[in-house]
Design a protein around this ligand. Structure first.
Ligand code: FES
Length: 126
C-alpha cells in the first residue's frame, strides 16, 4: 500500500508536460506558503514563493512517515535553492530537484507550475 502510494508521484520536467491542470486562482495560495491541490489520485503541494516571485509544486506526501503534510511546511532557501521543511520532523527537500537536503531519504517528485491570468496551473505528463 505504501509503495503504491509512493509510486503515484514522479517528477515531471517542463518538456514532459502534456496537461496543464487549472488548479485554482493565485489568490487562494498564501504568500510565502503553500496549499494542497488534488489531481486525479495525487495530492500536490503548491507553493507561492512570493518573495522570490516564483511558484513550485511537489508531492504533498512526506516520504519520512508517509504523511500528507508538505503543503503545510515552511519554505525558505538554502544555497539559493528553494526548499520546504516538513512540519512534522523538519526533513527538508529542495523544491527544484526534490532532493532531501538534510538526510538521505529519496527525492520527492516536483512538478512545473505556471500562472496565467491569475490562475495557477500545474503540469502533468498524464
Ligand atoms: S513526516 Fe515529514 S519529516 Fe517526518
Amino acid at each position: 500500500m505504501t509503495e503504491l502510494k509512493l509510486n503515484t508521484y514522479e517528477t515531471v520536467a517542463l518538456n514532459q508536460v502534456k496537461i496543464w491542470f487549472k488548479a485554482a486562482p493565485a489568490s487562494k495560495f498564501p504568500k510565502d506558503g503553500g496549499a494542497c491541490i488534488k489531481y486525479k489520485d495525487k495530492q500536490i503541494a503548491v507553493f507561492n514563493f512570493s518573495r522570490e516571485g516564483t511558484w513550485y509544486a511537489c508531492q504533498n506526501l512526506c516520504p519520512h512517515k508517509m504523511e500528507m503534510v508538505l503543503s503545510r511546511g515552511m519554505i525558505g532557501e538554502e544555497r539559493l535553492e528553494a526548499k520546504v521543511a516538513c512540519p512534522l520532523h523538519k526533513n527538508t527537500f529542495s523544491l527544484k530537484t526534490g532532493n532531501h537536503l538534510n538526510g538521505d531519504l529519496g527525492a520527492i517528485a516536483t512538478y512545473p507550475v505556471k500562472v496565467e491570468n491569475d490562475f495557477v496551473y500545474v503540469g502533468f505528463s498524464e
